[in-house]
Design a protein around this ligand. Structure first.
Ligand code: COA
Length: 205
C-alpha cells in the first residue's frame, strides 16, 4: 500500500496529491531499449568513464570528477534509496541489449506539497545521438506523473547545450524562460533555460 503523506494542507485535500511509493529492493523503470535502475557499489567505474570526461561535463555544474567524487556520488545515490518517503531517484541508465551502464539520470521530488519534480540526465559520449536521452526523459516523466502523482516536472539546461534542449523539446517539455546567472559552473555564472511539462499536457501529448 502506498504511504499517504500526512502534511498536506486542507486546501489540497481535494487534489489527488503526491503519492510516495513503496520501493522494491531494486528499483527499476524498463523502457524499450533501456533499464533505469538503482545504482550499486560496483557501478562507480562505468560512471567514472563519463563523469571524468571534460566533454561530457562541459555544461554541468560538477566535474570532471576525481575517482573519490564519483565514488561519493554512488554512495549518496545508494543512501538516497533508503529515504522514506523516497524523493530522490538517482538511477543508472543501462543498455538492455549489452547489460551496459551508459549514463545516469534522476527524478527528484522538489516539493511534495506542490507535486513538483525535477529531471536530469547524463550519458557516456559514445552513446550520444541514438535517442537514449529522449527515451530516458520520457520514461522519467511517465513515472513521475503516473506513479508519483506529480503535477509539474521541470528541467534546466545551459542555453548552449543544444542537444539537451532538443531532448527536452522531444519529450514535449515547454521552454518557460531563461534563468539569468542561475548556476555557478566552471568558474563563472551560467544562465539556464527552464523547461517544464504539466500533468495535463503529458496526458494529452
Ligand atoms: C545532452 C545529451 C543528454 C543528449 O543525449 P542523446 O542521447 O544524444 O540525445 P538523443 O539521442 O535523445 O537526441 C535528442 C535530439 O537531440 C539532438 N542532439 C543530441 N545531441 C546534440 C548536439 N550535440 N547538437 C545538436 N543536436 C543534438 C538529436 O539529434 C536529437 O534530435 P533529432 O531527433 O531531431 O535528430 C548528451 O549529449 C549528454 O549526455 N551530454 C552531456 C551531459 C549533459 O549535458 N546533460 C544534460 C544536462 S542539462
Amino acid at each position: 500500500m502506498p504511504i499517504l503523506l500526512s502534511r498536506i494542507g486542507p486546501q489540497r485535500k481535494k487534489l489527488k496529491g503526491y503519492t510516495p511509493i513503496e520501493v522494491d529492493e531494486m528499483f527499476i523503470i524498463p523502457t524499450e531499449r533501456l533499464i533505469l535502475r538503482d545504482f550499486n557499489k560496483t557501478d562507480w567505474r562505468a560512471v567514472h568513464v563519463y563523469a571524468s570526461d571534460p566533454e561530457v561535463v562541459r555544461y554541468m555544474d560538477w566535474g570532471p570528477n576525481t575517482e573519490t567524487e564519483t565514488k561519493d556520488f554512488i554512495r549518496r545515490s545508494i543512501a538516497s534509496q533508503k529515504e522514506k518517503p523516497r524523493k530522490n531517484y538517482l538511477l543508472a541508465i543501462v543498455l538492455k541489449a549489452e547489460d551496459r551502464l551508459i549514463g545516469s539520470c534522476g527524478l527528484h521530488v522538489t516539493n511534495p506539497n506542490h507535486q513538483e519534480g525535477w529531471v536530469g540526465y547524463c550519458l557516456n559520449r559514445h552513446f550520444w545521438r541514438q535517442g537514449y536521452a529522449t527515451e530516458t526523459v520520457k520514461a522519467l516523466l511517465g513515472f513521475g506523473f503516473r506513479q508519483l502523482g506529480l503535477h509539474r516536472i521541470f528541467a534546466t539546461c545551459d542555453p548552449a547545450n543544444v542537444g539537451s534542449a532538443r531532448v527536452l523539446e522531444k519529450a514535449s517539455m515547454q521552454r518557460e524562460g531563461r534563468l539569468r546567472e542561475h548556476k555557478w559552473a566552471k568558474g563563472g555564472w551560467r544562465d539556464s533555460w527552464l523547461y517544464a511539462i504539466l500533468e495535463g499536457e503529458w496526458k494529452n501529448g
